[in-house]
Design a protein. Structure first.
Length: 239
């Protein structure tokens, strides 16, 4: 009966801590995390995930990593959420070598990546200009029981476009369509930017016209991209 009571306390504490982070009451969340342990209620993997996620979202990924090491020391096994939250945050901070170490540690522990893990790693590889490795990871997802979504596609398309390989990006956009994944505004904005990068304003116009034809209302980013591209084209004609 006492054990059951402790389990309920962990669930309650974890839920409140999660809510506090979402309400941006960071200090309250950390204080409650300390308080529960002083009262003999020990955090479980969900509690730690709430704390690590909150710390990472608030830009304190190094504190999140410290809690991750604390988990290991207290024999609490991290799960795919733990790893994915940390890898995503560390990639965004630009420390891909550390993210890669965590990814390999995750695999060594027998924890399988999910869509967030794969998308974050693909993003990191693209930022390192390791596009072949990014594409290999992308292609291997299906065999691991994890299908890419629109965010994963956009991430790789963006990597290609920033490396001036917009036609590889277009091939991926076609693959999206074949898989029945609907492109969003970001997909089109990335492709327009990609065509502009290689000086192909007509290609950008084709993408823009496709947006109009399918009934998507262009946002300010799309319009600004197109105006900049057209302005550059006119400037070149005058020279």
């Amino acid at each position: 009966m006492e054990l059951s009571h402790l389990k309920e306390d962990v669930v309650i504490y974890s839920a409140i801590i999660d809510r506090l982070w979402k309400d941006k009451r960071h200090s309250d969340a950390q204080n409650l995390f300390t308080e529960m342990q002083k009262k003999g209620v020990f955090p479980n993997v969900f509690t730690y995930n709430c704390m690590i996620d909150g710390l990472c979202i608030s830009g304190r990924w190094s504190d999140g990593q410290r809690l991750f090491r604390e988990m290991l020391e207290t024999k609490i096994d991290p799960d795919v959420v733990t790893f994915s939250v940390l890898i995503n945050a560390i990639v965004k901070e630009g420390n891909f070598s550390m993210a890669e170490e965590l990814y390999h540690e995750m695999l060594h522990m027998g924890v399988y990546p999910n869509i967030v893990t794969y998308t974050s790693m693909i993003d990191g590889l693209c930022k390192q200009k390791r596009l072949d490795e990014a594409k290999h990871m992308f292609d291997s997802m299906g065999s691991k029981g994890c299908s890419p979504n629109v965010v994963t596609f956009n991430t790789l398309i963006n990597g290609y476009c920033k490396s001036e390989k917009v036609y590889h990006g277009m091939e991926l956009a076609c693959e999206m369509y074949q898989r029945g994944i609907v492109a969003d505004e970001l997909t089109y904005n990335i492709l327009i930017y990609g065509f502009r990068q290689v000086g192909n304003v007509n290609g950008a116009l084709d993408v823009f016209q496709e947006i109009i034809s399918i009934g998507v209302c262009p946002d300010t980013v799309t319009i600004r991209n197109m105006m900049t591209g057209l302005w550059s084209k006119e400037e070149l004609k005058r020279q």
